[in-house]
Design a protein around this ligand. Structure first.
Ligand code: GSH
Length: 251
C-alpha cells in the first residue's frame, strides 16, 4: 500500500487535505512541491502529463486526486475518524468550501502582490534548502515563481478593493454562522465546513507557527490587520478550532 501527498507545507489548500487525512488517521508520505521548477517532476510522479496541475495532489495506490475537496472526500470514505461530510449537510458543506475557495483566491492575490514588493518576503519564498549566503542573488527566482503563479491562476488584474471585499464578505458569513457560540459552522457538529473556513483565514491572520510555518516577512504579507481586528471573534473561533481539533505539525 502506498499513499503520497504532493503538497506545499505553507499552502492553505494543502492544509485542507492534510487536516482531513490526519482527522481520519490516514498515514501518508509528504513530498514538498516546488512551484514552476517542480512541475515537470510533479507531472511525472503523478502521471498527469497534460492540463493544469496543482497541489495538494494525492496518489493513493492506483487512485489519483488533484483537488483538496476531492482528497477530503476520499479520506472520509477510507478513513477511521468521524465523518466530515454528513450526508444531510453535503450541499451546505460544498457552499462553505466555495466561500473558502473564493477567500483563498482573493487572499493569494493580495499576498502575492505584497510579497513581490517586499525583498525579505521574496528571499523567504525561495526553497528552504537554499543556503542564506546564496539567497540574495537567487531572489529573481522568487519573482519568476510569483509571476508564474499569477499567470497560472489568473489574478494579475484583480483589484485590491474587490479582493478585500471578498475576504470581508466571507468573514461576515462565518461570523454570523458561529455567533451562536456553538463552536462549529453547522449545527450538526464539526465537519469539513469548519476545516475549509478555519483555513480560509490564513490570508487574513495566519494561524500560529505551531500549525503552519511561515517566515516573518511572509506572515506580514499574508496578514490583513484591519480585517483581523474587525472580525476578532472569527479569528478567536479559528484559534479555538485549531487548538481543539488540529495537532501541531512536527518541526
Ligand atoms: N482547488 C485546488 C486549488 C489548489 C491550488 O491553488 N494550489 C496552489 C497552492 S498555492 C498550487 O498548487 N500552487 C503551486 C503551483 O501551481 O505550482 C485545491 O483545492 O486543491
Amino acid at each position: 500500500m502506498s499513499r503520497t501527498l504532493y503538497q506545499l507545507s505553507y499552502s492553505p489548500w494543502s492544509e485542507k487535505a492534510r487536516w482531513a487525512l490526519d482527522h481520519h488517521g490516514m498515514k501518508y508520505t509528504s513530498v514538498e512541491h516546488l512551484p514552476l521548477l517542480g512541475e515537470p517532476f510533479l507531472r511525472l510522479r503523478t502521471g498527469r502529463l497534460t492540463g493544469r496541475i496543482s497541489v495538494p495532489f494525492l496518489v493513493d495506490d492506483e487512485l489519483r486526486m488533484a483537488d483538496s475537496f476531492e482528497i477530503a472526500r476520499h479520506a472520509d470514505l477510507r478513513g477511521g475518524g468521524s465523518s466530515l461530510f454528513p450526508e444531510a449537510d453535503f450541499e451546505a458543506i460544498k457552499r462553505w468550501n466555495e466561500t473558502s475557495e473564493g477567500m483563498l483566491a482573493a487572499g493569494r492575490a493580495l499576498a502575492t502582490a505584497r510579497a513581490m514588493a517586499d525583498s525579505e518576503a521574496r528571499r523567504e519564498a525561495l526553497p528552504a534548502n537554499i543556503p542564506n549566503s546564496m539567497r540574495g542573488w537567487l531572489t529573481p527566482m522568487a519573482d519568476l515563481g510569483a509571476a508564474f503563479l499569477t499567470r497560472k491562476y489568473g489574478y494579475g488584474d484583480w483589484s485590491v478593493e474587490a479582493c478585500t471585499q471578498r475576504l470581508a464578505d466571507g468573514l461576515a458569513d462565518l461570523d454570523r454562522a458561529t455567533d451562536s457560540g456553538r463552536g462549529t459552522v453547522l449545527e450538526s457538529g464539526f465537519c469539513y465546513a469548519d476545516i475549509a473556513m478555519a483555513v480560509a483565514l490564513q490570508f487574513v491572520a495566519p494561524v500560529d507557527e505551531a500549525y503552519i510555518h511561515l517566515g516573518p516577512a511572509s506572515r506580514r504579507c499574508w496578514s490583513q490587520p484591519a480585517l483581523a481586528e474587525r472580525f476578532a471573534a472569527v479569528v478567536a473561533w479559528r484559534d479555538r478550532t485549531y487548538s481543539e481539533r488540529r495537532r501541531p505539525q512536527p518541526v
